[in-house]
Ligand binder design. Structure first.
Ligand code: NDP
Length: 493
């Protein structure tokens, strides 16, 4: 069992209250014992962060070369310790081995991408027609409260911590409780990179108490949150009280639009990858297959065949494709949506049950499930299920496909499959989503972009744009020629 403690100003903090985390594929095993922080611990973490930032302790805010070296070191250490991270991902959240390996690499990539940014971040300047000079400078936003989810715990944290550190921010991080040991190990790697004490402070505790206090605290300049849309709404409301900066990465119900002229074989592979990775517990998962009606029955057969080939099992095994869902409450939620789909009379093509085989009975395994001919207005087509449940809908025209795709409250991702590139571009312009893949699904390079339209969020992560969420932009106006033409337009001498 791994013991997890908060890390404040470089010191580990004990508690006499514990949170125990079970293993989702074998619930008789307890994998993590986390010391639960209290509000005083959180306040100390925030005060520490404030002091480091406001007093430029260790030259953190001014010395970008130091920050760049540290980000490189973190990335190297994640790769060196990849085996430990993989084991933690498998045991604490049930992520299958191959997916865990890719996830660790992706997290290292993000730190590597942002290393070097400190030295390369410039503002802008311009001479005005009257000869005066304006300079636009970018400054770190300050103390950042990072609140992260359990489903992709390393990359979701890296997308916040790496750009925040690159620009000179100081971080108080509240990781997801389900992913305590994974997050603690990342925190230890960060601490071992030579980073000065107090630049990253990690506080473990329940979101409703520690997370919400972090949001409320007026000493925190910005909240960068990833999680459910309902939690995000509460955070935005609370943050409005002192106009705290917020960026929100929230839920999704993402379309996968398949035209009859596409390479159907490749598309089905893309669909399996985009839909069932991490047992469908993915904000960007392509959970709504919108298929051209004339090929619907051929595609449905192919989907069923592909789902039959998915190996559901112990996430420790190399050939497992679909592991367990993360918890009992997640299992109940997913099964209740399946129930609704059945009760509302949609055609269940495959799956639909909890896995009860002897070797998996101790875990939260749910069969990959597919409903066809679903009404886009139904609950299973509109709400984020966050489990291995795909719904299929049909379209007759491009306009029809776009209107079904856009007819949800979310707008995170979309995947378009066709061999007609002009058509793909036409459609991608009309879809309201932050990431659109053409003949691909769920690929997220660190050089790219991630974020949502509509109720999928506010702000963008990854790539050059990912920096903007952690800076303020300031104008310096210098009168260089004594002309004061603008004064003269308004005041008589
Ligand atoms: P939650 O919203 O339940 O939790 C996310 C984080 O917020 C956790 O650290 C949680 O702590 C904390 N938290 C919970 N309640 C509060 C509160 N009142 N105030 C402040 N913090 C709080 O989401 P999940 O962890 O269940 O993650 C799944 C969700 O995340 C899905 O909806 C998914 O779509 C979304 N997501 C979005 C992504 C994106 O990039 N758009 C990427 C990944 C996931 P604790 O764990 O202790 O409860």
């Amino acid at each position: 069992m791994i013991e997890v403690k908060s890390i404040i100003d470089g010191e580990e903090v004990k508690s006499d209250q514990y949170y125990y985390r079970e293993c989702p594929y074998d619930t008789e095993k307890t994998v993590t014992k986390a010391h639960v922080a209290n509000v005083e611990d959180l306040k100390r973490a925030i005060d520490t962060a404030r002091d480091v930032f406001d007093n430029n302790r260790y030259n953190w805010v001014s010395d970008y070369k130091q920050r760049d070296r540290i980000l490189f070191k973190i990335s190297e250490k994640i790769r060196e310790e990849s085996q430990t991270f993989i084991e933690l991902l498998v045991n604490e959240i049930g992520m299958p081995l191959r997916q865990a390996r890719a996830h660790v690499n992706a997290a290292a990539d993000i730190f590597e991408y942002y290393a070097g940014f400190g030295a390369k971040l410039y503002g802008n300047m311009k001479f005005l027609p009257n000869g005066d000079l304006i300079q636009l400078v970018k400054e770190p936003v300050g103390v950042v409260g990072a609140i992260t989810p359990w489903n992709f715990p390393l990359t979701q944290s890296a997308r916040k911590i790496a750009p925040a550190l690159a620009v000179g921010c100081v971080v108080v991080w509240k990781p997801a409780s389900y992913a305590s040991a994974i997050s603690y190990h990342l925190a230890k790697v960060i601490m071992g990179s030579g980073i000065p004490k107090g630049v990253v402070n990690v506080v473990f505790g329940p979101g409703e108490k520690i997370g919400s206090e972090l949001v409320k605290d007026s000493k925190v300049d910005k909240i960068s949150f990833t999680g459910e849309t309902t939690t995000g709404k509460g955070i935005m409301q609370e943050a409005s009280k002192n106009i705290k900066r917020v960026s929100l990465e929230l839920g999704g119900k993402n379309p996968f639009i398949l035209f009859k002229d596409a390479n159907i074989n490749q598309a089905i592979k893309g669909l399996m990858y985009g839909m069932f990775r991490n047992a469908g517990q993915a904000c960007g998962a392509t959970t709504r297959l919108i298929v051209e009606e004339s090929i619907a029955s051929e595609v449905e057969k192919a989907v069923v065949n592909a789902v039959k080939k998915l190996k559901i099992g112990n996430p420790n095994l190399e050939d497992t494709d679909v592991g367990p869902v993360v918890s009992k409450s997640q299992e109940n939620k997913v099964l209740s949506y399946i129930d609704i789909g059945i009760k509302e009379g949609y055609k269940l093509l495959i799956g639909g049950k909890k896995v009860t085989s002897t070797e998996l009975e101790k875990g939260y395994f749910i069969e990959p499930t597919v409903f066809s001919n679903v009404d886009n207005k139904s609950k299973i087509a509109q709400e984020e299920i966050f489990g291995p449940v795909l719904v299929i809908m049909y379209f007759r025209s491009e306009d029809d496909a776009v209107s079904i795709a856009n007819d949800v409250i979310y707008g995170l991702t979309a995947s378009i499959w066709t061999n007609d590139y002009r058509k793909a571009l036409r459609i991608s312009r009309m879809i309201k989503a932050g990431s659109i893949w053409i003949n691909d699904a769920y690929t997220q390079p660190s050089e790219g972009l991630w974020g949502g339209y509509k109720q999928s969020g506010i702000g963008r992560e990854l790539g050059l744009q990912g920096i903007e969420d952690f800076v303020e932009v300031k104008m310096l106006y210098t009168n260089v020629n004594d002309a004061y033409t603008h004064f003269k337009q308004v005041y008589k001498e």
